[in-house]
Design a protein around this ligand. Structure first.
Ligand code: DX5
Ligand code: ZN
Length: 231
């Protein structure tokens, strides 16, 4: 994941889960025109989470039409079985849930060997200590700030101290690597201009916006507010 956040203080990822799927092309172009940094694509299997969403065929179509980084969030059991096909479909970054990976360091190494950015996602109840042994393989950590499965849920306040704890773990790791290894923190769930300020203060680098963007009358105003708050 070269130059992933090299020149920016923060990044905005648009989650299309709550967009109008009948107008997918138009919806994606609309948010791209607002200057977002990446598309966050939520893959759900109806097993790890109760919802079922999109898969490789939709992602490969998006890849053909959107010149943005594709950040693929796998909320599926047994992700090892599908990593190669999601990377072939066009994923630039893959997040696997720690709760679904019995051999996490192998999984993350495999993602990197295939040329994508490797990230791990943590459910709200999963402690940050669960990833302390896999930091060398990580480009990003995704902190779920709602329980995964649906857009439009309320931000969980108790995730703020968790983000702070992760931030200090990652700062320590960066120091021990002589400043070479900066692992980014992504937050996903209930992010809007109001919660974004607090998660940024806690240490987040990448902000996933779903319903706050796609359900807004004017998503341009939402992005403007976020930029005013975070800059
Ligand atoms: C939820 C997904 C999110 C979701 C966020 O499980 O991982 O990416 O789309 O939606 P909001 O921003 O509405 O919470
Ligand atoms: Zn997500």
């Amino acid at each position: 994941m070269k130059n992933f956040l090299s020149d920016k203080k923060y990044r905005i990822a648009a989650s299309i889960l709550d967009c109008n799927f009948l107008e997918l092309n138009r919806e994606i172009k609309k948010v791209m025109a607002l200057g977002i940094d990446m598309l966050h694509l939520d893959v759900m299997d109806g097993s790890f989470v109760s919802n079922i969403s999109i898969g490789q065929p939709v992602i490969s179509r998006i890849r053909q039409h959107a010149g943005l980084k594709l950040d693929v969030h796998l909320m599926i059991n047994n992700p090892d079985k599908h990593i190669d096909s999601f990377i072939s479909a066009g994923a630039d970054i893959i997040s696997v849930h720690v709760e679904t990976c019995p051999h996490l360091s192998w999984t993350l190494r495999h993602i990197k060997q295939c040329g994508a950015g490797a990230a791990v996602a943590l459910n709200p109840a999963t402690p940050v200590s669960s990833i302390e042994n896999v930091l060398p393989y990580l480009d990003m950590v995704l902190i779920m700030t709602v329980n995964p499965g649906f857009g439009g849920q309320a931000f969980l306040e108790e995730m703020l101290p968790k983000i702070k704890k992760l931030k200090s773990m990652l700062e320590e790791y960066k120091k021990s690597s002589g400043g070479k290894r900066k692992i980014l923190i992504q937050v996903d769930g209930g992010i809007n201009p109001e919660t974004a300020a607090r998660v940024m203060a806690a240490g987040a680098d990448i902000f996933v916006l779903g319903s706050a963007l796609f359900n807004a009358d004017d998503p341009g105003i939402v992005i403007r507010k976020i930029n005013e708050i975070l800059v």
